[in-house]
Ligand binder design. Sequence first.
Ligand SMILES: Nc1ncnc2c1ncn2[C@@H]1O[C@H](COP(=O)(O)OP(=O)(O)O)[C@@H](O)[C@H]1O
Ligand SMILES: [Mg+2]
Length: 245
Amino acid sequence: MLKIEQLKVNYPDGNQVLDEVSFQINENETIGVVGANGAGKSTLLMSIVGLLLPIAGSITIDGTEVNKKNLKLIRERIGIVMQDPDDQLFMPTVYDDIAFGLRNYGVNEETIKNRIDYIMKTLDIERLKLQHTQKLSGGEKRIVAIATVLAMEPSLILFDEPTSFLDPKTRRNLMKLLKNITTSKLIATHDLDMALELCDRVIILKEGKVFATGLASEILRNEELLLNAGLELPYCLQNSNFKST
Ligand SMILES: Nc1ncnc2c1ncn2[C@@H]1O[C@H](COP(=O)(O)OP(=O)(O)O)[C@@H](O)[C@H]1O
Ligand SMILES: [Mg+2]
């Protein structure tokens, strides 16, 4: 459904970030994009939703190319959950934030209400409906940000570091929630334990290029490969974590 070919992306200041990036995501697949800080993960997600346009190569979603002309259509098909929910949430209440995108598309209020009720129930956040977005905890904000994206019913959802800044229990709940979202997903993260648990395939980015790609269960167990990409084995596979008692 998503096809990226020989993608090359620079920032407006000329900083070259991505080069020769090619991969594809199939229907209902969960793909992890992993890599050290600065490898280009966030840049890749921004390119996929057309916030940065390629200087070479191409990105297509269900056959539609990501370019200036198609941006509206692209935004309908691809949702992005940004790393910082404060970049995503700006309406006074949780309900208004989730409704925002749908209202923009002229969806009638009754349909909006039904859809929001359903999503809030699914995500178990009904109690937050009329709360002020800015008063939520970090974990709640993250889930509300996901709800705003789910409301648009995209065919692909991009997540940028979804587990960052979460305490262990909130992280665990979020992972459960992500597991239950059957939409195709691309998860950019350096949380390799999460990637191992949630992703079918993994792409390792190193200095803006695809360094390795393959099954999550194989790539994330290959210590030498991970070390060469500036990463480490997932904690759950590190020997020091085996209990000696
Ligand atoms: N707005 C920007 N302008 C110029 N360079 C940027 C900008 N944002 C990020 N970069 C550079 O792009 C590279 C990749 O960054 P990023 O995609 O954020 O990496 P990651 O998400 O993997 O940590 C880094 O070298 C970073 O300094
Ligand atoms: Mg990033």
